[in-house]
Unconditional design. Sequence first.
Length: 222
Amino acid sequence: MPRLQLYFAPGACSFVPHCLLEASGAEFEPRLVKLHKRENDEAPFRAVNPRGQVPVLVHGEQTITQILAIVGYLDALFPEHRFLPGEPLARARAMELLAWMNNTVHPTFTHVFMPFKYSDDADVQAQLKSFNAGQYRKLLQELQDTVAQAGAATGGWLGGAAFGPLDAYALTLTRWGTIAGIDPEGLPLLWAYVQRVAQEPAVARAMQRERLQLNLYTPPLA
């Protein structure tokens, strides 16, 4: 098999393919991109992805960007791991949820974590951060409802019978919630499920490489 490389940033959504590669058992080269040092804007990385975003998967001579494309590619590359369901409707439902995580929940957090991307006015940035933190809490509640409906809260997985990208992304989104000031204990089903996801060997290895702490919530000062 041609060499696999994953360009990732610790704690970013690149954690999802990072976990899948770990779960696949295949050899791959992890390539750390330090977003806080703006390495994604430097020429070496822009030569890999002109958009300056992670994740990026390089497989031999081919470069793949965008998380949905990378997940689909890894699922096809390692079909024995059933990262996505094979049955057409179940697969569509999994992709539906993955797309929602990526195009709705993820950007809402970006408005909290990086409001400067949407305005250069400090007052507007503060409003964006405050408002979207509330919106993000509602989205995590919706994610908790999805976990309950899928039976993932009682030992299953969001995509069906096997661990997959939905589980890794759910962990990422929940962890981001703790950064946004959302106490995970207030979402008990989601939090219990995410802690179980974190114990998966592939996930634990990815977390160790990225040096991630699962819960970054700090209670407000009285």
